[in-house]
Design a protein around this ligand. Structure first.
Ligand code: PLP
Length: 364
């Protein structure tokens, strides 16, 4: 490998347990103004710092929405992005909720293709656990502190190579039920992927870590009784074994994020013959049904973490295990089904993968 290539790879490939710390060499940029709308087409630029006014509206009033999606190298060597159209749709919905301009799907896809086409070669051919995580973000860049939607916005798309949010292995995580905070409110922004939702969640995540847990679980904001989601992931519960498996996930109440992985797993689960259902599950049910063996597995899912088993739950002084606190069979089957799709071992019957033109791996 030549020196520049070496530097390029070193810069881009995160250590397996870091996430979003080192970025690839390029990014995509596009502007919107009230006068011109989207200004031209997405531009591919070297990754680097940008200059903005201290009065940039997004910094003060939080008009910031983002997405997270991945490109994978398939076993035939080609690169493909997973469900970028679904992420483009959610990006638009998030922007609409924050009174921001909606990026048309074709521009979102053009930005994704430009980025993956340029930096996708960093994904090696021999390590399918690595993927290219793409982070599109749109923020109010108008230098104006008037309390109204901004009249100028900047779209950026950057990315990094990652081995997974937790780790490459499906190690079960422990979770703490959040009792003191709510992530979202009815009529609020819970179903939008906006920056403020994450800032408001960090304290609960800190409390979970202080209690010795990996993640915080959110309850519904009204009764504080129904399970909603977990950190940056949706949750699924498995009942039964063998042919009678039931896979359920909380319904989209407006206060949790409609995950693309959640939607994918509902389809993959039904395809495998499981009964899949959206169903409200209370904390009490989660506990009693786990203890009685009715709930056999619980797992979290999301773009970054794929499918991750939940092994242990804490709720104040209470504590219970899910199954034998090891990765369950249904969890692993769905995880493998998703990975098989990503890595091209399973046929893409739903048209979920968008193949990218440039697919030569970086030669080592
Ligand atoms: C709060 C929240 N819930 C759920 C998810 C899972 O969504 P997806 O499967 O689209 O990554 C995410 C990640 O984007 C998230 O941030």
């Amino acid at each position: 490998m030549t020196d520049p290539q070496n530097r390029r790879k070193e810069r881009a490939v995160t250590t397996r347990h870091s996430f979003g710390e080192r970025f690839t060499d390029h990014m995509v940029m596009l502007e919107w103004t009230a006068d011109q709308g989207w200004v031209d087409r997405p531009r591919l630029l070297p990754y680097g710092d940008l200059t903005f006014s201290p009065a940039m509206a997004g910094l003060h009033y939080g008009q910031v929405v983002f997405e997270g999606l991945k490109a994978h190298r398939r076993q035939d060597g080609t690169l493909a992005t997973f469900r970028p159209d679904a992420h483009a749709r959610r990006f638009r919905q998030s922007a609409r909720r924050l009174a921001m301009p909606e990026l048309p799907e074709e521009l979102f896809l053009e930005a994704v293709d430009a980025f993956v086409g340029r930096d996708g070669d960093l994904l090696p051919a021999d390590d399918p656990a690595l993927s290219l995580y793409l982070r599109p973000v749109l923020f109010a860049s108008e230098p104006c502190l008037a309390l109204r939607p901004a009249r100028q916005y900047t779209f950026l798309l950057m990315g990094f190579v990652t081995g997974g949010f937790f780790s490459d292995r499906p190690d079960p995580v422990s979770v703490l039920i959040t009792r003191d905070f709510s992530r979202a409110a009815p009529g609020g922004t819970g179903q939008a992927k906006c920056a403020g939702n994450y800032a408001g969640a960090f304290l609960a995540q800190q409390a979970a870590a202080e209690a010795g847990c990996h993640q915080a679980v959110w309850l519904d904001p009204v009764e504080r009784r129904w399970i909603e989601e977990m950190g940056g992931m949706n949750l699924f519960f498995v009942r039964g074994t063998g042919r009678a498996v039931e896979v359920v996930t909380p319904p989209l109440t407006g206060t949790l994020l409609p995950g693309v992985t959640r939607d994918t797993l509902l389809t993959l689960g039904a395809q495998r013959g499981y009964t899949v259902r959206e169903e409200r599950i209370s904390v009490d049910q989660w506990r009693s049904q786990s203890e009685s063996g009715v709930i056999t597995e619980t797992f979290a899912c999301g773009t970054a973490a794929l499918v991750t088993p939940v092994g242990e739950v804490r709720d104040g002084e209470d504590r219970w295990l899910i199954g034998n606190a090891k990765p369950g069979q249904v969890t692993m089957e769905l995880r493998d089904a998703l990975r098989d799709l990503h890595e091209g071992r399973a046929a893409d019957t739903h048209g979920w993968l968008r193949t990218c033109a440039v697919s030569e791996p970086l030669r080592v």
